[in-house]
Design a protein. Structure first.
Length: 164
């Protein structure tokens, strides 16, 4: 008969404070992203992952990035970013072109329709995040939270692009 899971101690367990901080961050992230994805899909026809691609491109020079860099910034594999770009191009939100620098790689840009749709979706994004999280915190809490994220992972707040 197999031993019960209680007979093998957890290696290097979290302290209660570590566990509370980790569990809280995971639950907040999961809850906000789940609702954000649901509302973006319902109201705009694309979810939070597509929104992430669009918001990444809108902040890039000329609203364009090489596909590999876009994938890195979105933490997507080459096949994952290719599928996402294909899907968003079919929706008319992105445009693709051959990179003039090397004549072989792909540049991905935000189309005018993509920019318009992103701006519409931003109203939903901001409303959901405020409803579920930000409006529950006072300005001091928000400032402290930003400082905490920056201390926990330098660049998480202060870096213009992510990941570093």
């Amino acid at each position: 008969m197999p031993e019960s899971s209680n007979s093998t101690p957890e290696p290097d367990p979290f302290t209660p404070e570590e566990f509370d901080a980790w569990r809280g961050m995971l639950r907040v992230h999961s809850s906000v992203f789940r609702e954000l994805d649901r509302r973006l899909l319902a109201d705009h026809g694309f979810g939070v992952d597509a929104y992430g691609v669009l918001i990444t491109l809108v902040t890039a020079p000329a609203r364009t990035l090489p596909i590999g860099e876009l994938g890195l910034r979105r933490n997507l594999s080459p096949s994952g970013i290719s599928r996402s770009v294909d899907r968003l191009t079919k929706l008319g939100l992105l445009e693709r072109a051959t990179n003039p620098e090397d004549k072989r790689s792909l540049l991905v840009g935000l189309s005018e329709n993509g920019l318009r749709r992103l701006r519409e979706a931003q109203t939903t994004h901001h409303r959901v995040v405020r409803e579920m999280l930000l409006s529950r915190l006072d300005p001091g809490d928000l400032q402290r939270l930003g400082q905490i994220w920056e201390a926990a992972m330098p660049g998480a707040v202060s870096s213009a692009t992510w990941p570093l």
